[in-house]
Design a protein around this ligand. Structure first.
Ligand SMILES: NC(=O)c1ccc[n+]([C@@H]2O[C@H](COP(=O)([O-])OP(=O)(O)OC[C@H]3O[C@@H](n4cnc5c(N)ncnc54)[C@H](OP(=O)(O)O)[C@@H]3O)[C@@H](O)[C@H]2O)c1
Length: 240
């Protein structure tokens, strides 16, 4: 087993976050698991007692960072924070409330919580901050404009923090995870391909965390799509 560390996963009640929690706990780490649905979190705590610490927190609530701080205290510290909570909706009709719901979690709550985690790691002068972005961060998307835009925001935000850490000669590590399709409730719509299981995605994410990667595509071959999206001329992309 690698050295035992304290992880906190925000968005651990299903999908990628749940698979990450199970695998990190199985490796012997301490893991704080957070989400709004308490049953899956309690099941994890029961299965992996005493390494697992659960807390029901809505990331968009005004008390979210205070509650995260309480959980971290219960865990006796934090080495790695994983922001895995996310929402994404197909919204071709551009319902403004749907767009707003995406922004409230993926942008506003994301920023508040990442600022909290960075401030926490700054104070102890060590730590690793991981965000689950998306390969979709590279370009806009006609079916889910707010989602792709929010993922571009997240990846850019992390890059800004990495540059900030470098300027401050800080040892804090920022890891930007960019999955393609993973078989969870979030993967919706037609035309899915190269779909990974959450377990396989979690295995590759944990490797990227252990290797202290700045950016990782999940699964690895999605890097090809990342390059393609990056290089595709705007005049062609708009017709897709
Ligand atoms: N699946 C894919 O194909 C794919 C591809 C690229 C990127 N991603 C990203 O991967 C991340 C995880 O998604 P997933 O695919 O594993 O989908 P998922 O199963 O729907 O997981 C989403 C997680 O976010 C949590 N969450 C949502 N709103 C929350 C809130 N207000 N407060 C706290 N937690 C909240 C959910 O917990 P509760 O509902 O219990 O609160 C759940 O644990 C997301 O950021 C997503 O954008 C997924």
């Amino acid at each position: 087993m690698s050295t035992k560390r304290n992880f906190l996963i925000l968005g651990a009640s299903s999908g990628i976050g749940l698979a990450l929690a199970e695998q990190l706990l199985a490796k012997g780490h301490n893991v704080g698991v957070v989400g709004r649905r308490i049953d899956p979190l309690m099941a994890l705590e029961k299965r992996f007692s005493p390494q697992c610490f659960q807390r029901k927190i809505d990331a968009t609530s005004s008390t979210a960072t205070n509650e995260i701080a309480i959980l971290v205290e219960q865990m006796g510290g934090l080495d790695c924070f994983i922001f895995c909570a996310g929402v994404g909706f197909l919204n071709t009709k551009l319902n403004e409330h749907i767009e707003e719901e995406t922004l409230l979690l993926n942008v506003v709550a994301f920023t508040k919580i990442i600022v909290w985690a960075t401030t926490f790691f700054d104070a102890q002068n060590k730590g690793q901050l991981v965000n689950i972005s998306s390969v979709g961060m590279h370009r806009g998307n006609k079916s889910a404009p707010a989602y792709n835009a929010s993922k571009a925001y997240q990846s850019n935000y992390l890059e800004g923090l990495r540059q900030r850490a470098c300027a401050q000669q800080s040892t804090i590590i920022y890891t930007d995870i960019r999955p393609g399709f993973v078989d969870t409730a979030m993967a919706k719509g037609p035309g899915l391909f190269w779909v990974s299981s959450p377990k396989k995605a979690a295995r590759q994410i944990i490797k990227a965390i252990e290797r202290k990667k700045a950016v990782a595509y999940i699964t690895r071959r999605w890097q090809l799509i990342g390059w393609l999206l990056h290089l595709l001329p705007r005049s062609l992309y708009k017709r897709l």
